[in-house]
Write a protein that binds this ligand. Structure first.
Ligand SMILES: Nc1ncnc2c1ncn2[C@@H]1O[C@H](COP(=O)(O)OP(=O)(O)OP(=O)(O)O)[C@@H](O)[C@H]1O
Length: 236
């Protein structure tokens, strides 16, 4: 069925999920099936409460799925050990609505943290790569600034640099443009698209922002915990 020859980066099969116990138990995901391939940008839309963030946190290894299957880079996360979930988190970059930068760290220090958590490089190498990444997102002149001295769009660009500096296989973005005006929002998603294509990374993005849907290769729509549509956008 798929036009892709390689194995999917994210493979979700018959995934169900409930919150709560006993009488308070509430099923929020029903029989989700979704495959996402290397280099794809997939946008997930749907009303508030339809289950989008729950899926994102599971793909991110922040919550373990209970039933069905969810594989990230071939590794099963359903009922996975905490070590496996930690490993899954290392394969992902995260971009949130509120940039989540550390206020007490400069732009450079924030981006360097994206490498420090990997624990693989020397301090000098991390410093060099963080500066290069900030220059790449157009913030080469602002590396020593603190978040409070940057605009909303600039802060989100720092967050993108932090998410992508370690070249993660998957970037998960939850409403990355929600706090931005339309021009800054457009700049931010264009930048994400450019970097993803350069690095060959996969992006799964949740958004309510209809203005940015065109960056997606595919749009999937959630409704009441079920995946409704899976639209492939073909380039003109
Ligand atoms: N930790 C939790 N405990 C109990 N119920 C939860 C928890 N997290 C989410 N839910 C419920 O699961 C359902 C799906 O929530 P989720 O946050 O995934 O939706 P969403 O589509 O991301 O919504 P939004 O667009 O508002 O962020 C909702 O009914 C929500 O109340």
């Amino acid at each position: 069925m798929s036009i892709h020859s390689s194995a999917p980066v994210i493979s979700i099969n018959h995934l169900d999920h409930s919150f709560g116990e006993g009488q308070l138990r509430k099923q929020v995901l029903f029989d989700i099936c979704l495959e996402i391939f290397a280099g794809e940008i997939v946008i997930m839309t749907g009303p508030s409460g339809s289950g989008k963030t729950t899926i994102l946190t599971m793909v991110g290894g922040l919550r373990s799925p209970q039933s069905g299957s969810l594989k990230l880079l071939g590794q099963e996360l359903c009922n996975a050990s905490s070590e496996k979930l930690v490993q899954a988190r290392r394969n992902n970059g995260y971009i949130f609505q509120a940039h989540n930068l550390h206020r007490s760290l400069t732009a450079l220090e924030n981006v360097r943290m994206g490498l420090e958590v990997q624990g693989k490089l020397s301090w000098a190498e991390m410093q060099t790569r963080a500066v290069e990444m900030l220059t790449h997102v157009g913030l080469g002149d602002h590396v020593h600034k603190y978040p409070e001295n940057l605009s909303g769009g600039m802060k989100q660009r720092v967050a993108i640099a932090r998410a992508l500096v370690s070249h993660p296989a998957v970037v998960l973005a939850d409403e990355p443009t929600a706090a931005l005006d339309s021009k800054s929002g457009r700049d931010v998603v264009n930048l994400m698209q450019k970097l993803a294509k350069e690095q060959g990374c996969t992006i799964l993005m949740v958004t309510h922002d209809n203005r940015i849907l065109d960056v997606a290769d595919r749009i999937v729509h959630m409704e009441d915990g079920r995946l409704q549509t899976n639209t492939v956008l073909t380039a003109a």
